[in-house]
Design a protein around this ligand. Structure first.
Ligand SMILES: *[C@@H]1O[C@H](CO)[C@@H](O)[C@H](O)[C@H]1NC(C)=O
Ligand SMILES: *[C@@H]1O[C@H](CO)[C@@H](O)[C@H](O)[C@H]1NC(C)=O
Ligand SMILES: *[C@@H]1O[C@H](CO)[C@@H](O)[C@H](O)[C@H]1NC(C)=O
Ligand SMILES: *[C@@H]1O[C@H](CO)[C@@H](O)[C@H](O)[C@H]1NC(C)=O
Length: 413
């Protein structure tokens, strides 16, 4: 009898044990469930991130990304608008002579499409200052930009000697890293630039610089057969056809820190030390002034330059003898550069019609109705010219940029 009791107790114990074991297993599997899910979720995130990084890299290298990739990048860029509020985009321009209206039109194009706030640094001859104030102080969208007016100046050290050697207006841009000492990065543009897409998008190239790059520019020519530097220059120049300095993105912190290789001494020189000897040496051989000096500097320091594609600095040279900027044909013009006065004469009506359209557009009016549509009609009248024949590339990106403005507004950004 006792034996039976013992066996029964044993069985009960075993049963209890197995029951407990069962419960503990169940509990364990329940615990593991969410943990397992978490792992899965992480797994799924990793390749997406990698894809984005790879897409970004390709875009910088080739200057062109597929639509989906570009969309991703845009989201990345604009979604951080709020957190980046401290980081303004700094834009500098040098205006002399009759350039007031042209400069204001450039600034307006920057304001229309850009997302992050802009800080303008306007270097102008004294007689233009009141003109700038009068116009900029009454522009709408004051929350999107701020500006500072400067006289044409040289760095305070050696100002007298600088003045003897450099023509003030033409060479002002070379001194920006030394004058704007507190500014980390800067986009310098000529007055005859028009933005057809947000400044944010060219500003973003700063983040793509590798560790040795300090500035970004576009080639002077796409087609060596009509290139200027490779046929005529009597000084060294960057790459195959040289670089154009009309749109110049700079990390000035890096420019100020860098020691530059050069062909004047075996010692490396800082930015503030290299300009004067360079000018003295090449004075008789340079044609385009400061752009030539930049070409000489980057010839000796090619690892410092980030080259962006021609659609970010699109000039008449890219179409007057036939189209040779392939990226613009594919994706449209991003930044238009009407050099040689083409906004103001009859030589390249396609360029002039873009200038007029932006100049005449009133802030607050519908961009499609009051800017894009009249522009397209004007461009269609230019099809007798080489540039007019491919007029669609003048509005391809512009159309997207306008759509993006309205998309952002509808989302309240
Ligand atoms: C605007 O620029 C002026 C200098 O011209 C500066 O003093 C001021 O702090 C700037 N304002 C903002 C909001 O950045
Ligand atoms: C200037 O050009 C002349 C003629 O091409 C050339 O002989 C000379 O070496 C050049 N000077 C410099 C500093 O390169
Ligand atoms: C410019 O370069 C400096 C030094 O490498 C870096 O700290 C800074 O973030 C760069 N600026 C931008 C806008 O990338
Ligand atoms: C940065 O890119 C430039 C241009 O492609 C290249 O010459 C240079 O070697 C690169 N620097 C580094 C550190 O990879």
């Amino acid at each position: 009898m006792r034996r039976y009791v013992r066996v029964a107790a044993l069985c009960l114990g075993c049963g209890l044990c197995s029951l407990l074991y069962g419960f503990s297993q169940l509990a364990l599997s329940l615990e593991q469930e969410p943990g397992w899910r978490k792992l899965q979720a992480q797994d799924a995130v990793v390749p997406v991130r990698r894809q984005k990084a790879a897409a970004g890299g390709r875009a910088a290298a080739a200057g062109s990304a597929g639509r989906g990739e570009q969309q991703n990048q845009l989201l990345d860029r604009y979604s951080s608008v709020k957190t980046w509020n401290a980081e303004k985009m700094h834009l500098a321009v040098v205006a002399c002579g009759e350039r007031l209206e042209e400069t204001v039109t450039m600034l307006r194009s920057a304001i229309i499409f850009s997302v992050k706030p802009l800080q303008f640094h306007i270097f102008a001859e004294d007689q233009l200052h009141n003109g700038f104030k009068g116009i900029l102080d009454v522009l709408p969208y004051q929350e999107k930009f701020n500006y500072t007016l400067y006289p044409i100046t040289f760095p305070t050290e050696n100002a007298a000697e600088w003045k003897k050697l450099f023509k003030p207006c033409a060479s002002q841009r070379l001194f920006l890293p030394l004058i704007l000492k507190d500014v980390d990065s800067l986009l310098y543009v000529d007055t005859d630039i028009l933005f057809l897409r947000p400044v944010d998008d060219i500003w973003y190239f700063l983040k793509k610089f590798n560790s040795t790059q300090i500035a970004a520019m576009a080639p002077e020519h796409e087609e060596p057969r009509i290139g200027w530097y490779n046929r005529f220059a009597r000084h060294p120049f960057y790459g195959i056809t040289g670089i154009n300095s009309g749109v110049m993105l700079m990390n000035m912190t890096r420019i100020r820190r860098k020691y530059f290789k050069n062909d004047m001494t075996t010692a490396r020189l800082r930015w503030g030390e290299i300009l004067m000897p360079l000018l003295k040496k090449y004075k008789l051989n340079i044609t385009w002034g400061d752009q030539d000096l930049l070409n000489i500097i980057f010839f000796h320091n090619p690892e410092c330059l980030f080259v962006f594609p021609c659609q970010w600095n699109y000039r008449p040279d890219h179409c007057i003898y036939g189209s040779n900027c392939q990226e613009a044909e594919e994706e449209g013009i991003f930044i238009l550069h009407g050099n040689r006065g083409v906004y103001h004469d009859d030589k390249q009506p396609a360029f002039r019609s873009v200038y007029k359209a932006i100049k005449n557009y009133l802030f607050g009016d519908d961009l499609g109705h009051s800017l894009l549509q009249p522009l397209e009609l004007e461009l269609q009248k230019t099809m007798h010219t080489y540039c007019g024949r491919i007029y669609k590339i003048f509005i391809k990106q512009l159309t997207k940029s306008i759509r993006d403005v309205y998309d952002r507004r509808s989302k309240g950004r």
